[in-house]
Design a protein around this ligand. Sequence first.
Ligand code: NAP
Ligand code: MN
Length: 272
Amino acid sequence: MKVAIFSNNRPKTIMVVNKLKRLLMNKGITIVENEVPEIVISVGGDGTILSAFHHYLKFINEVRFIGVHTGHLGFYTDYREFELEELVDSLLRDQEEVVSYPLLKIDAYRDSEKDPFETYYALNESTVRRVVSTFTCNILVKDNFFEKFRGDGLCISTPTGSTAYNKSLNGAVIHPTVRALQVAEIASLNNSIFRTLGSPMVLSPQEWVEVELLDPNDIYLSVDNLTMHNTGVTRLRYQIADESIRFVKYRHMHFWDRVGNSFIYLKKNYEK
Ligand code: NAP
Ligand code: MN
């Protein structure tokens, strides 16, 4: 088995990576750097997984990911730094157990050009925003005009991204295996003249959303932890990608436990 390690450079992470490398080598597992691995072990936080995903995006159908977190509770990270032995033992018994999660495909167009000038993929979300003056756009669902939006911007997220920025916008938390896209508003303007739906929308996998920018200047476009300014984008098309991300699944993690523990300490307060 070929394994690659992807990590952030915090001192705690570096210690964990060194220990992990020793354990892997002792068990005869090959650590690769310039080859395509079978498994990418991300050590750090959820942000580290996002970076690992973008680093290995070209090989998304070949690699499986696994997260070790060295900070607080992570959404993409199944192992804590004190569970490295268990992780390495599971790697030795690997039977290619996986769980797949949907990705967001973002096609970015300029003017009336037929083909996108760029296609991006997001694991969490993509936002389109303006900072200085009001952001305005038309929103189309499946080629049908839906609404004219005015406000700060929009956030289009995957199910696994639903607990990230989307949640701060009062979006719904979606179980990660549900194939759906969520559109959440960022500070929409609502008054007797301007009106938007005002609540997040969850779209089916057969649908797509288009955002036609009515003033394409000074736009910030984000894809996970990358933000781009003034790309010249005038239209965006969002849909669930054909490709998915595959995570190693050696043991069952109860998603709603993770949500509870991360956001409301469900277990601590639970009384019958
Ligand atoms: P960051 O500033 O460290 O991320 C913000 C927080 O979001 C961190 O605590 C991060 O966890 C956590 N996070 C990331 N993905 C998550 C997920 N799927 N579910 C629950 N929490 C998650 O920056 P970053 O680590 O590079 O992450 C980029 C992400 O930050 C973006 O994709 C966006 O979702 C999020 N963000 C949120 C807001 C907001 O809520 N207002 C604003 C901008 C960006 P770790 O500490 O483990 O990395
Ligand atoms: Mn982070």
